[in-house]
Write a protein that binds this ligand. Structure first.
Ligand SMILES: [Mn+2]
Length: 288
């Protein structure tokens, strides 16, 4: 996405650039890496941790669509109260394409082929409109209060050396260079920059697929561990990663691969896993 293309999206700026949420007093908070249409892997992971949609929350670091087989489930997924997602560059591409009404067929085909988004063509027009409305509401970043401090997430990156409060201030005024880094930056991963992000306890990012589990760089955890690749290829190097927000590095070392073909990596807080067991009661599946 070049800057000229991106300018079109200023019309599609989210009503809330940075979503700020209070601590979850009644359940657990989880975050999952890029989904890319692999929703059955997500539901499998949630079942493995006995996710309770009445009390638990699921955060997503963006790129819910394209590449995988179930992108058309995105709207139904986002409509669940327990799901809190930010936008990734793939969502932004769809918004860009439709920023000025119906795109030309050529523009649509070129972008969809580049981003493996051909599923879009199969959607009925009202469903496209409904999904675009949902995507427009996705914030660029989320921050959540936890008992260990403020935990944040963004799809791409925070510019190197920029603090979290400065980053949020930029997003709120729509500063283009910062928004682009938020959606598709990956310099920190490329350069293995461990300097971290000041002003926040931990930052989760997606966008850059890492093999062999999450990568920790300072207080930044890169958690796009290739859910869709696990689903499509069954390669042991890739798995969907579902973690409790406050999991520790020790928990990460003790994470386990589970589920069909061991395509899910679960990182649960050993100390808190059973803390709310009695309160949770019977588990309700998010989807039949
Ligand atoms: Mn991405």
């Amino acid at each position: 996405m070049n800057q000229a293309t991106f300018l079109a999206t200023l019309a599609g700026r989210p009503p809330t650039a940075v979503l700020r949420l209070p601590a979850n007093q009644v359940g657990r908070d989880f975050v999952i890496g890029d989904i890319h249409g692999a929703f059955d892997v997500v539901y499998e992971a949630l079942a493995l941790v006995e996710f309770d949609p009445r009390t638990d929350r699921l955060f997503c670091v963006g790129d819910l669509v394209d590449r995988g087989p179930q992108s058309d489930h995105c709207r139904e997924f986002l409509a669940q109260d327990c799901v809190h997602a930010i936008r990734g560059n793939h969502e932004q591409v769809l918004l860009n394409l439709h920023a000025h009404g119906k795109p030309s067929r050529d523009a649509l085909l070129a972008a969809l082929s580049r981003y493996e988004g051909e599923w879009w063509l199969e959607l009925a027009l009202p469903d496209r409109e409904a999904l675009l409305s949902a995507l427009r509401c996705l914030p660029v970043a989320i921050e959540v209060e936890t008992e260990t401090g403020l935990i944040a997430m963004v799809h791409g990156d925070v510019p190197s050396g920029m603090s979290w409060p400065d980053f949020c201030a930029d997003l709120e005024v729509g500063r283009l260079s910062t928004v682009i880094t938020a959606l598709e930056g990956r310099d920190r991963l490329k350069t293995q920059d461990c300097s971290g992000v000041a002003g926040v306890k931990r930052l989760f990012v997606g966008h850059t697929t890492v093999a062999g589990g999450p990568r920790v760089l300072g207080n930044v955890w890169a958690i796009d561990t290739g859910a869709v690749l696990a689903q499509k290829r069954g390669s042991p190097a890739y798995a969907a990663t579902l973690l409790e927000l406050t999991a520790t590095e020790a928990d990460l070392q003790n994470s386990r691969l589970s589920g069909t073909g061991r395509r899910t990596r679960l990182v649960e807080r050993t100390a808190s896993t059973h803390l709310h067991q009695e309160q949770r009661g019977p588990v309700i599946a998010m989807r039949a």
